[in-house]
Every structure is written in structure tokens, then in C-alpha cells.
Design a protein around this ligand. Structure first.
Ligand code: HEC
Length: 161
């Protein structure tokens, strides 16, 4: 009799053990199945972070980046004219465009300024862009020619007696 109860208890223990193993196996299988059917589930948190990051970085779109408003290239303040983007791409990397436009020079002085930057400031060889840049500058930011005041007009001279 005692042997029988012992045996029953052993069978029950094995039965519970098998039930437990089967349960774990079922959970594992279910999890794998869910992941296989929906592989994006694991990535979700990452892509949500990316979405938030994209939303909150105020990087202007490429369209806005070179926006022209009222004939002015907004980002640099340069006049929109032939050669604008060549000037933007070569002359606003190291210093403000203001440094370029406030120096109203003629062709010869622009060439010597560019040579000076090439010799001392690591400005690269501009190649065929040099003419485009100089033309743009001389056309749109011409040197002011008024070296001396203009002649007076309509003067009422009084006669000496
Ligand atoms: C590799 C860097 C670099 C690039 C690109 C560059 N420059 Fe300069 N430039 C300088 C430096 C450095 C100075 C001196 C700035 C200072 O004195 O604060 C300077 C000064 C100037 C000055 C003032 C010169 C003076 O006599 O005071 C002008 C004008 C100028 N740059 C025009 C241009 C133009 C036009 C271009 C495009 C062709 C250009 N820069 C591109 C580096 C550069």
C-alpha cells in the first residue's frame, strides 16, 4: 500500500514537471510566433524615437536652405543674380557674406584679394568659377565711384562790384 502511494506521488510530480515544461514551451512558441508575424514590433521604440527626433530638429528643408525672398538669398543676404550659387558655395564657407559685399572693389582688386586668400588663408583654386564670381561681384556690388563730391549746380553767383 505504501509503495502504491509513493508511486502515485512520483507520477504526480512527473506530471506536474511535464505540465510546467509544456507551459514554458507554449509561451516560448507563442512569443516566437508573434515576433515572426510582426517583426516591426521589436523596432517600434527606436522608430518612435527617430520620429520624435525628426520632429524636433529645426533643420531647414533643402528648399528653405537656399530660399530667395524679394531678390535676396535669405541665408547669406546676397543679391539673387547670375553666379549667386557659385559665390555662396565658394565665398561664404570661411567668413560671413557681409565681408564679401561690404568690400566694393573693381575686378583687379577682387583678383588680388582672391590671390591673397589663396596664398595666406587656404582658399582653394577657383578654376573657371573665378570669372563667374568676379563678374557677380563687380556687377552687383560695384565700387562706388564718388571719390570726390559732385560739382555744385544752380549756384546763384553774386556780382562783385
Ligand atoms: C578658405 C577660407 C576662405 C574662403 C573660402 C574665402 N575666404 Fe575671404 N577671407 C578668408 C579669411 C581668413 C579672411 C580674413 C578674415 C579677417 O580678416 O577677419 C578673408 C577676408 C576676405 C575679405 C576681406 C579682405 C580684406 O582686405 O579685408 C574679402 C573681401 C573676402 N575675404 C572675400 C572673399 C571672396 C569673394 C571669397 C570667394 C571667392 C572668399 N573670400 C572666400 C578666408 C576665406
Amino acid at each position: 500500500m505504501e509503495d502504491q502511494t509513493k508511486f502515485k506521488l512520483q507520477v504526480k510530480a512527473i506530471y506536474r514537471l511535464l505540465l510546467g515544461i509544456f507551459g514554458l514551451f507554449a509561451i516560448a512558441a507563442f512569443t516566437i510566433l508573434v515576433i515572426l508575424l510582426n517583426p516591426n514590433m521589436l523596432k517600434k521604440s527606436n522608430s518612435q524615437i527617430e520620429e520624435i527626433a525628426v520632429e524636433y530638429t529645426a533643420v531647414p528643408s533643402e528648399e528653405d536652405f537656399d530660399k530667395i525672398e524679394n531678390g535676396i538669398h535669405v541665408r547669406t543676404g546676397l543679391v539673387d543674380a547670375e553666379g549667386l550659387m557659385t559665390v555662396v558655395n565658394n565665398c561664404t564657407n570661411c567668413h560671413s557674406a557681409k565681408l564679401v559685399t561690404q568690400n566694393k572693389m573693381n575686378k583687379e582688386r577682387w583678383i588680388s584679394t582672391i590671390r591673397w586668400m589663396q596664398e595666406t588663408q587656404n582658399l582653394w583654386d577657383l578654376g573657371p568659377n573665378e570669372d563667374i564670381i568676379i563678374n557677380y561681384l563687380v556687377t552687383n556690388y560695384p565700387p562706388t565711384k564718388k571719390g570726390r563730391r559732385e560739382n555744385l549746380k544752380n549756384i546763384e553767383w553774386y556780382t562783385l562790384n
